[in-house]
Design a protein around this ligand. Structure first.
Ligand code: HMG
Ligand code: MG
Length: 298
């Protein structure tokens, strides 16, 4: 049976913008987060405390966090690959930190420059520091289905990394289709396999829409007992270390699906549509959301 309510983790300010080649001014990033706050999201991934040499677009994370107007009830989260990133995130007063690993060795190397085993060792002090600081810890697992470098990823690899993330103390674990290549059947299979080891209430689906499977995969995840979904307003995004991968499934499309099915999100779709049109015009392109563009044209 489907959930009656779904939590959306809005990732446009981070996953959405990180791949933009032209630097997006800090005040635009701040306005994006503020508009999303007003739409009612429970969690907005707002920044990334990674090496600015690796991802220059995210270099102003501390300024973004300092400039936003925080809505009570919204968690402002950020990516933290190592202790240095954690310390910067903590100083910037984020509410939740996310460590990010991979179910594929090849992608782990390309994205964070270490093996899966080394990544877990690197996450340990971050997890420990988060515990001491009383900060929520989230764990993202890239290439949980397919890898741009090594093809289909085994269910066991994803289950194993999920178990490691759980042992590290993650309270939420993201099962990520980095290149958007998963089928709905595969999503159901992997989610159910992971849910044998991790409470499904802690699992989220993070789907990129490269092959147009995002909305179908969201539904497959819900059918597998998942009730947390990541999405990006205007379908913004892509990962610099996954060539050709486009943005996450558009938030407007996901909300249209969920609200149409009578599933509550607490989010104002019209406001997200406006924000999607606003940020897209700022970036000089059409929004990558069917529902968003259709609703904006009404
Ligand atoms: P490294 O080179 O192995 O590590 O990078 P290092 O410790 O030797 O550091 C290299 C340089 O970065 C040094 O500077 C450090 O000081 C600096 P230098 O001495 O050369 O001047 N540095 C930092 N600076 C700022 N903040 C930090 C930090 N750490 C080191 N936290 C590292 C390892 C993890 C740092 C690097 O590989 C990195 O930053 N990778 C980030 C990759 C990334 O952000 N990818 C995109 C996000 S993941 C994603 O999009 C997938 C997701 O959406 C899910 C999905 O869809 O699959 C989450
Ligand atoms: Mg992603």
């Amino acid at each position: 049976s489907l959930p009656t309510a779904v939590k959306i983790v809005e990732v446009a300010p981070r996953d959405g913008l990180q791949n933009e080649s032209a630097f997006v001014p800090t005040d635009v990033k701040i306005e994006l987060v503020n508009r999303l706050s007003q739409a009612g999201f429970q969690n907005i991934e707002s920044a990334s405390f990674v090496s600015p040499k690796w991802v220059p677009q995210m270099a102003d994370g501390a300024d973004v966090m300092a400039g936003i107007a925080r809505r009570p009830g919204t968690i402002y989260s950020a990516l933290t690959p190592n202790l240095r990133g954690f310390e910067a995130a903590q100083a910037a007063k984020v509410d939740e930190v996310a460590i990010f690993g991979s179910a594929s060795e090849a992608f782990c190397q390309r994205n964070i420059n270490c093996s899966i085993e080394e990544s877990i060792a690197r996450f340990e002090p971050v997890a420990q520091a988060a515990k001491v600081a009383g900060l929520r810890l989230r764990g993202s697992i890239s290439c949980a289905f397919h890898c741009p470098y090594q093809g289909e990823v085994s269910v066991e690899s994803t289950v194993n990394v999920a178990r490691r993330m759980l042992a590290l103390g993650c309270v939420e674990i993201d099962i990520c289709d980095t290149i958007g290549a998963a089928s709905a059947t595969q999503v159901g299979r992997v989610m159910r396999a992971v849910a044998e080891h991790v409470d499904p209430a802690m699992l989220s689906g993070h789907f990129h829409d490269t092959y147009g499977q995002g909305v179908a995969n969201v539904l497959a995840a819900l059918q597998a007992g998942i009730s947390i979904i990541h999405a990006s307003t205007a379908g913004l995004g892509g990962c610099p270390y996954a060539k050709g991968a486009t943005g996450n499934v558009a938030t407007e499309d996901v909300l249209y699906l969920l609200h149409g099915m009578g599933i509550e999100t607490g989010i104002d779709l019209d406001s997200v549509v406006d924000t999607g049109q606003w940020i897209s015009s700022h970036l000089g392109r059409k929004a990558s959301s069917n529902a968003g563009n259709a609703l904006a044209a009404r």
